[in-house]
Design a protein around this ligand. Structure first.
Ligand code: ADP
Length: 490
């Protein structure tokens, strides 16, 4: 596969509402490419009126088109056709993803696009597989629990994995018969809009999936507070999730699904295995997407007997990545999303060092990357219990290292005051792995691995300040339905 020229990629303009791109006169927002910091596009943000158009048409079309009322199998078939078209459109979607987000085009071609299609296929299959319930009531009556769609679901996605996040939101919501109005991040608007265009080509009725562009404060807020939006599904930062939750409470007492931030620990025991293999696993765990992943494993908690060997290997591994433009096929190591994110990473590292942390490797931007913010994989040791790098979600390729003597100490270090998204346990002692699996306050525990698979049946979501509700799995599908209790006397 080849490089592509970022200036040649056709970009849609406007919002995708009722099956077509429509322009609106909202505030213009310039968008920059993460790889080189160049301004490459503009969007006009959807104001309250445009959001109202998108939501109103979604509510009308989900009923008039029969989407909410048709046989679930038909919805599943439409989602499958959508997945087929996404695969056919792979090259264009991959370029849209790579030009504007931090995803390198080779990953976009080999992972993001097929992963997105596969997630939608999973929900296509769910559409007619899950039902309600019938209760053991007395002989002359029948009690039932009848699932039905909410209506319009408002979905808000972040900039780190735009395509797959869109599929996680749209797949279950549409399969369950809802309409969706989706707002991607204002930093990465285009690949999501293309997905919606393909949905219509696949036979999902116009207006049932609308994509609106704009900032969180204006467009996102108008979506969350719109009276016809009956449920909100959000992935992003913990602070924004809290703001959305309170707005949803004040404007309609709507349910929310929140997939928020993390500061996930990786517990490595002396018996974990080969040091090279462990170092590689840990490295990928905190550098995928240059650390811009909510599940990033950013706190290494390692037993003293193996700590030095693994740390040496990690240092060597951290020196290997070669940063590159996301439109070069050879690129594996990607930039931070923008200067604001770069400055945040730089500030937290500086504060951490001022509090006594030692930088073992990295700690700065690569020198020759002009306006792109490419951050070197960074290891911090000597981080005391109050060190900022242990507490703040950095969203960059930064790993803190702490050592421990026994399991109890490891568990105490793993606990975080705010977050509980994910944790890794690396040991061949299975009873110990199982004890920790039970004890860790995390929505996901990975044992002897630290990455997602394509097993969409496994849901994902956090505990504590990392949110609640699940994306993926049967659970996400069920969360896109409400359940009506029915009692019939005969
Ligand atoms: P970041 O600041 O790293 O982009 P956010 O959690 O703020 O992370 O953003 C994730 C998504 O939430 C984006 O689509 C953003 O536009 C949206 N967003 C931000 N603030 C709000 C808000 N107050 N209401 C609704 N959506 C918001």
């Amino acid at each position: 596969m080849t490089d592509f020229n970022p200036d040649d990629v056709h970009l849609s303009s406007g919002h995708f509402i009722d099956g077509q791109f429509v322009s609106a006169s909202g505030q213009a927002m310039g968008i920059k490419r993460p790889s080189d910091g160049q301004h490459y596009a503009e969007i006009h943000e959807a104001d309250a009126r445009t959001v109202d158009d998108a939501v109103t048409v979604a509510e009308a079309r989900r009923i008039s088109s029969g989407w909410s009322g048709c046989s679930p199998r038909e919805r599943g078939a439409a989602l499958s056709r959508w997945a087929d078209l996404i695969e056919k459109d792979s090259e264009y979607l991959a370029q849209l993803e790579a030009v504007g987000s931090t995803r390198p085009v080779t990953d976009a071609r080999n992972i993001e696009v097929p992963f997105t299609a596969a997630a939608l296929r999973f929900y296509a299959e769910c559409a007619d597989k899950y039902s309600g319930d019938v209760f053991p009531t007395q002989h002359s009556s029948l009690g039932m629990l009848v699932p039905e769609p909410y209506g319009v679901i408002g979905a808000i996605t972040p900039w780190n994995f735009p395509l797959s996040m869109a599929s996680w939101k749209c797949g279950p919501a549409l399969a369950a018969g809802n309409a969706v109005v989706l707002k991607p991040s204002e930093l990465t608007p285009f690949s999501t809009a293309r997905l919606a265009e393909l949905a219509v080509q696949a036979g999902i009725p116009s207006g049932v999936l609308n994509v609106i562009q704009g900032s969180g404060k204006v467009t996102g807020n108008a979506l969350v507070t719109h009276p016809l939006v009956r449920k909100v599904s959000f992935t992003g930062s913990t602070a924004t999730g809290a703001a959305i939750m309170s707005q949803a409470a004040l404007h309609g007492t709507k349910p929310v699904t929140l997939e928020l931030g993390g500061k996930s620990p990786q517990l490595v025991f002396d018996d974990a295995g080969d040091a090279d293999e462990i170092a590689e696993r840990l490295f990928l765990g905190f550098t995928v997407n240059a650390g811009q992943a909510c599940v990033s494993g950013t706190r290494l908690i390692i037993q003293k007997g193996i700590a030095e060997r693994v740390t040496e290997k990690l240092i060597a591994r951290c020196q290997k990545p070669v940063p590159g433009m996301t439109w070069h096929a050879s690129t594996r190591y990607c930039p931070l999303i923008d200067a604001r994110q770069g400055e945040k990473v730089a500030t937290i590292i500086a504060q951490s060092v001022a509090q006594g942390a030692r930088v073992l490797v990295g700690g700065k931007r690569y020198d020759n990357t002009k306006e792109g913010w490419f951050w070197q994989p960074t290891l911090l040791e000597n981080v005391g219990p109050d060190n900022v790098a242990l507490h703040e979600e950095i969203f960059g390729p930064v790993l803190t290292i702490q050592t421990f003597t026994d399991e109890e100490e490891a568990l105490a270090l793993a606990q975080h005051a705010v977050f509980g998204l994910c944790a890794g346990v690396h040991t061949v002692n299975m009873p110990r792995a199982m004890r920790l699996m039970r004890a860790l306050d995390s929505g996901t525990v990975w044992v002897n691995r630290y990455r997602r698979t394509w097993d969409f049946i496994i849901p994902t979501g956090g505990f504590q300040g990392s949110g609640f509700g699940k994306d993926l799995g049967r659970q996400a599908f069920e969360a896109c339905q409400r359940y009506k209790s029915v009692l019939i006397d005969f």
